[in-house]
Design a protein around this ligand. Structure first.
Ligand code: MN
Length: 191
């Protein structure tokens, strides 16, 4: 089985000005495509050939772990945004966030602080633990919470390639803007 570049559920300019068409052309069209191509080369003729991404990530190491992780990370990242995003979660996820962090605003603050403070390249995720509790994780490079048996729900990419064209070195500004396109209807389904 060959992995394929996911189709975006919106036009390339749909997320402007938060995320420009130029950024998507590079980030989705070039960076993610490269991870997909590398992953396909690495699994060819191995027992991983027909495994889903979460299984590969749980078992693999080195380049295979990194590329499978980055394919899953970006597939989830690009599919969690929409032009009608923003606002706050509703329902069960909102209740759990409030019970864990006191308020949605406080959760956003903690999440953004974790992402802004992550040293080097990586990701910040909201993830669900086996007992149902929520946790904010910092992942280095291409890792994902599924590597530790957690369920990833919302992920912000803090590799420079995610924001440099639009925000240059202003990572905190990029993170603040991402909330405006984050679609909580999609996030809620993952929870
Ligand atoms: Mn990226």
């Amino acid at each position: 089985m060959k992995y394929e570049l996911i189709k975006l559920p919106y036009e390339l300019n749909a997320l402007e000005p938060v995320m420009s068409q130029k950024t998507l052309e590079f980030h989705w069209g070039k960076h993610l495509q490269a991870y997909v191509n590398n992953l396909n080369k690495l699994i060819e003729g191995t027992p991983f050939e027909n495994e889903p991404l979460d299984v590969i990530i749980a078992k693999a190491e080195g380049p295979l772990f990194n590329n499978a992780g980055q394919v899953l990370n970006h597939n989830m990242f690009f599919q969690q945004f929409s032009a009608k995003g923003g606002g706050a979660p509703k329902g069960k996820l909102a209740e759990k966030i409030n019970a864990t962090w006191g308020s949605f605003e406080n959760f956003q603050k903690e999440f953004t602080t974790a992402a802004a403070g992550l040293f080097g390249s990586g990701w910040t995720w909201l993830a669900r633990e086996k007992d149902g509790s929520l946790i904010i994780t910092k992942e280095a490079n291409g890792s994902n919470p599924v590597a530790r048996g957690l369920v990833p729900i919302l992920g912000f990419d803090v590799w420079e390639h995610a924001y440099y064209l639009d925000y240059q070195n202003r990572r905190p500004d990029f993170l603040q803007e991402l909330w405006k396109i984050t679609d909580w209807d999609i996030i809620e389904e993952r929870y």
